[in-house]
Write a protein that binds this ligand. Structure first.
Ligand code: 9MR
Length: 565
């Protein structure tokens, strides 16, 4: 032994718990057996026979499965396949996801607008403050009698959305929710989890402190009439400069129904999640939620269309649109969260859950949010009015149905033994967030049913993100052996430090290649699970974003909260 590390062995490069499933995929059809070796001494600790799984349709590679679940001793190991090579090293450990999970929350600290990041918390990625956002201009599209065009408002704090420096309410909605849901489902774990952030000496759980940075900003995005601005942005995307050097004027743009409803949902959740630690803030959130919801009922379909808006108003705005044309699911989500917050039947009636349950629920993304409401209903089932019980049964069935499709695909159909890939559409812009959101759905199903196969399927998607995938990359910056080095992330591009900011989940493979024009000649394949390039130009495969990182955090730390010892 002592062969070279090879890309032909795909496995989670962070590692496994002693008691959970351990799988590596060898993309070589001739190999027959495999060994697990101690990484240091090269001593053989386990041997097994490979199981041919056929071609994985998304990477067009042959899969030979090495299952070493039975080996359960903690340590650092490699998988070795005679004639093929050795894998990258991995751990078997009792807290295997703790460090990477905390790092993924650390990403949000690095995304903080309006504050300096001192070395004590940011390490070598320390940087001066950017975007005070205390003099934000009301854009013509957002003007009212009380806040005419050009009025300056204070809208500081918040997390930068992604590789760019703008702040978008729609995308903040699902991101912030996902993290509050994580707290709500695992309070014991997070009440003691320490993060390396400035607030970590107060007596509020650090996860809630980090989320608060974004909530404080979101609150400022509500106009006096209850409506919520769609985004806070420059007119155009910045170049590759540090936050402190990105000094172009900032605007709040147009109040929309989608933004107002996502805001209403998030604030209703914040009301219950912060009740214990900050009653005054919690009450303020509920008021804000109701006002945004009422505005939306009066303004049922104010849809964001940047092209149309630019024909009407100046200056032109050319940044991210988050332009969802269908707000039915946003209405439903907000109504559900307000129903949980207030127990008022008028919200349950608005949500009309039983009707929609027959058709419309699917995996969440920034434009499809009603399934988030189902998670909340299940989590808060003991606090709902009794007459809601039959509907609740339908909700549970729906979530388990969605999850069981993924679980069945993982076990019976996927040649890579992952839930990711249930449908062709999984490999789209931000595909890694699809894998993460599938994992989050599976963890919700596991929590609800206590059925171990859901946990196994959730972990398979974590394995996918950390290396058992079509490219062999560990997609979280700073972790694994085959690392993401050139994400589309302005601070990482401009800071002069070789390593990107750690804890960032890359967008992931996307055969759409919408950035092919700026990445001329860099793509080598359109095979779905391989259409990824570790290049800064690649905003369509290698950007990072708060709504992609958050479900990764959920997946990783909900598993840790469940399995970590
Ligand atoms: O995540 C968004 C993806 O679903 C869209 O297809 C894409 C194009 O509209 O935009 C993505 O969101 C980007 C946003 O507009 C601006 N900040 C960076 C986001 C991630 O690429």
């Amino acid at each position: 032994f002592g062969q070279k590390a090879t890309d032909k062995i795909r496995l989670n490069q962070v590692g496994f718990y002693p008691s959970t499933e351990k799988v590596a995929i060898i993309t070589d059809s001739t190999a027959k057996e495999f060994f697990v070796l101690d990484a240091k001494t090269k001593e053989k600790v386990f041997s097994g026979v490979l199981k041919p799984m056929g071609i994985w349709e998304y990477s067009e590679e042959f899969s030979n499965k090495a299952d070493f679940t039975k080996f359960n001793k903690t340590g650092t190991y490699i998988v070795s396949v005679p004639g093929v090579g050795d894998s990258y090293p991995f751990q078997i450990s009792n807290q295997v996801n703790l460090t990477v999970g905390k790092a993924s929350l650390g990403f949000l600290y690095y995304q903080r607008a309006s504050t300096a990041l001192p070395a004590q918390y940011a390490g070598k990625w320390a940087r001066p403050a950017g975007h005070p956002d205390d003099q934000v201009i009301v854009h013509a599209s957002a003007a009212t009698a009380t806040r005419p065009e050009g009025t300056k408002i204070n809208s500081s704090k918040g997390w930068y959305d992604a590789g760019d420096y703008n702040k978008y309410i729609v995308n903040s909605g699902i991101s912030t929710y996902t993290l509050m849901a994580l707290y709500e489902q695992y309070p014991k774990f997070f009440d003691t989890l320490k993060l390396n952030i400035p607030e970590n000496t107060n007596n509020i759980p650090d996860l809630l402190d980090e989320i608060r940075w974004n909530l404080d900003w979101m609150v400022t995005m509500q106009d006096e009439d209850g409506g919520v601005y769609h985004k806070l942005t420059n007119t155009n995307f910045d170049g590759s400069v540090m936050p402190a050097d990105a000094t172009n004027g900032r605007y709040v743009i147009m109040k929309t129904t989608a933004a107002s409803l996502d805001f209403a949902a998030v604030m209703a959740v914040a009301y219950r999640v912060y009740k214990k630690t900050d009653k005054a803030f919690s009450d303020k959130c509920l008021k804000a939620s109701i006002a945004a919801y009422d505005w939306s009922k009066k303004n049922k379909s104010v849809i964001y269309n940047q092209g149309v808006m630019n024909q009407k108003y100046n200056p032109d705005i050319n940044t991210g649109a988050y332009d969802d044309g269908n707000v039915t699911d946003e209405f439903q989500w907000a109504a559900i969260e307000l129903f949980i917050a207030t127990n008022q039947t008028k919200y349950a009636e608005d949500a009309n859950i039983e009707f929609t349950l027959r058709t419309e629920f699917e995996l969440p993304n920034w434009a499809k949010v009603n399934t988030l409401g189902l998670y909340s209903l299940i989590q808060n089932r003991d606090n709902l009015p009794e007459e809601f019980a039959p509907t609740l049964e339908l909700v549970k069935t729906k979530v388990l149905d969605l999850a069981s499709k993924l679980q069945k695909y993982q076990v019976n159909k996927s040649a890579f033994n992952v839930a990711m890939g249930l449908s062709n559409g999984n490999f789209n812009w931000g595909s890694n967030s699809t894998a993460a959101n599938q994992g989050m759905l599976l963890m919700n199903a596991y929590k609800l049913s206590n059925e171990g196969s859901y946990l196994t399927a959730a972990i398979s998607n974590l394995d996918y993100l950390l290396g058992r995938n079509g490219t062999g990359y560990c997609y979280v910056s700073g972790y694994g052996s085959k690392q993401v080095m050139n994400p589309h992330h302005r601070p990482s591009e401009a800071d002069g430090i070789v390593e990107p900011v750690p804890g960032m989940l890359a967008g992931g493979p996307n055969p759409g290649q919408e950035d092919a024009g700026t990445c001329t000649g860099k793509y080598t394949t359109k095979v779905p699970a391989k259409s990824y390039i570790d290049e800064q130009c690649s905003y369509a495969t290698n950007e990072v974003a708060i709504n992609w990182n958050s479900p990764f955090t959920f997946l990783c730390l909900s598993i840790e909260a469940t399995k970590g010892r």
